[in-house]
Design a binder for this molecule. Structure first.
Ligand code: FAD
Length: 441
């Protein structure tokens, strides 16, 4: 008998899951329904599979999951192939094979962080922990094609049905798992929940109803999106992304990540607040590079709401900006000197001018976070001259929420995968988690 399988959310983890079902040939065993709140496959919530699309290979970032390198290679290949890139070498060396992908004579944008020993040492000697990884960048402009091709691939199976514009509001676990959606109720033999970070409402509901499924999380990363002219970072562009951690003088660890060379700053809109993020295109380059500078905060009992803490700081920035869809922009020099920014200098913001106000992010951050940010930037300037120029830009607030960790072995036939599971924080790890879970089905 054909079983019914429901997938909630159509992002990176769901893509990995569907691909895993196809490769294991188990896809034929199910009638599959995918529920996505976005109005179609191209308009789902903002995420790395719609914006930027930097897919890395690394075992030391992006999630707390053991993902074998073979699976990571497979994931990169999946996205490159569905973006119209084709290999120009054989598979003998997996990285050389993936690097060789081309489209219309243009090679895939690639970088390897800290391959150069001298650069590695320069960061290391200044107290930074350099993180090694390979990066493959698709770009926001190319991702439209990627999503379209992946959607065509999955929907070509007659037993796979997509229900867009359908928000899953609640889940009831039982001998059959039931979901309550904006368009009615459905029952499944197998249920996959893959709602990413934007599905936090549904995950909060699940956590409240089934606390036995969840391990508490006490972490949240809070900071800014930083923007400066390309030439400051140019010498490091062959890495694609500089990923480093640094223990600041407050004792808090601060990290630089999600770098977008020649990219743009963008808003990340949630239902009731707005934060910042960044991306870059393959074909439309800008004069500026942006990256996240985030402080990792870890709280202890009795505190139990790190998401609420991050959310409220983001809301505070929105309140000061006078609109729940606006953020604060300040020059680094003014931030450091506790002055509200009234005038910008040589760096022109890439974020649309209707999305920010010039303000003072010192009114948002608790002093320990603020001190950590300044200490990080000052020390980074010792390695990358120009990072601490007075007129570089910072946008507040950027937040990375760590979801509560879901235990996937407590309830039968339930699979919580991707960022909403608390085990992943990247396209690579979310897709891999979905893929590996499907192979185990
Ligand atoms: C602007 C931005 C840029 C990023 N860039 C990168 C990058 O370059 N590289 C990288 O590795 N990571 C990046 N990330 C992080 C990356 O997007 C995520 O780690 C990854 O997409 C997680 O995959 P997922 O499937 O768990 O969630 P998602 O890819 O977010 O997919 C979840 C899907 O579920 C849907 N959904 C949510 N709630 C419901 C509901 N209640 N009912 C129905 N559907 C629902 C959403 O619309 C969404 O389509 C970026 C994130 C953002 C926001």
């Amino acid at each position: 008998m054909v079983k019914k399988l429901g997938i909630v959310g159509f992002g990176a983890a769901a893509i990995g899951f569907l691909e895993g079902l196809i490769e294991s040939k188990k896809i034929q065993d199910y009638e599959i329904f995918v529920f996505e709140k976005g109005k179609d496959h191209a308009h789902n919530t903002i995420s790395g599979v719609r914006m930027d699309g930097k897919i890395f290979i690394s075992r030391s970032m992006g999630g707390e999951l053991d993902v074998p390198l073979d699976v990571q290679y497979r994931v990169v290949e999946l996205y490159l192939t569905h973006s119209g890139y084709r290999p120009t070498r054989d598979r003998t060396d997996p990285i050389e094979y993936l690097k060789s992908f081309e489209k219309n004579g243009k090679k895939i944008e690639f970088g390897e962080s800290f391959a150069d020993e001298e650069t590695y040492r320069k960061f290391y000697d200044n107290g930074f922990e350099p993180i090694k990884a390979y990066f493959f960048h698709l770009g926001t402009d190319v991702l439209r094609e990627t999503n379209n091709n992946l959607f065509q691939r999955f929907s070509s199976f007659k037993n796979v049905h997509f229900l867009f514009d359908t928000t899953v509001e609640d889940v009831e676990l039982g001998s059959k798992h039931r979901i309550i959606t904006s368009k009615g109720e459905f029952e499944f033999d197998e249920l996959v929940i893959a709602v990413g970070r934007s599905g936090h409402r549904l995950m909060d509901r699940l956590k409240a109803k089934y606390p036995q499924l969840v391990k508490e999380n006490y972490y949240v990363d809070i900071g800014v999106r930083y923007e400066l002219p390309n030439h400051v970072m140019e010498d490091l562009f062959d890495m694609y992304e500089v990923k480093v951690r640094y223990k600041t003088r407050t004792g808090y660890v601060c990290r630089l990540f999600c770098q977008n060379p020649a990219g743009k700053v963008t808003l990340e809109k949630y239902e009731d607040f707005t934060t910042v993020n960044g991306y870059s295109d393959t074909y439309h380059k800008t004069q500026n590079t942006n990256f996240a500078v985030l402080v990792t905060t870890r709280f202890t009992e009795p505190f139990k709401d790190p998401t609420g803490y991050g959310k409220n700081l983001a809301k505070l920035a929105n309140i000061l900006a006078g609109d729940k869809e606006k953020v604060i922009l300040q020059t680094y020099g003014d931030f450091k000197e506790y002055r509200r920014t009234k005038r910008l200098g040589r760096v022109h913001p890439t974020l649309d001018e209707n999305s920010f106000i010039l303000g003072d992010a010192n009114l948002v951050f608790p002093s320990k976070i603020r001190e950590s940010l300044v200490d990080f930037i000052e020390n980074l300037d010792r390695v990358i001259k120009g990072v601490a120029y007075f007129d570089n830009l910072l946008y507040a607030v950027e937040v990375k929420f760590y979801s509560n960790k879901f235990c996937n072995d407590v309830v039968e036939h339930l699979h919580v995968i991707g960022d909403c599971s608390g085990w992943t924080r990247s396209i690579q790890y979310a897709t891999s988690m979905g893929y590996m879970r499907a192979l185990k089905l």
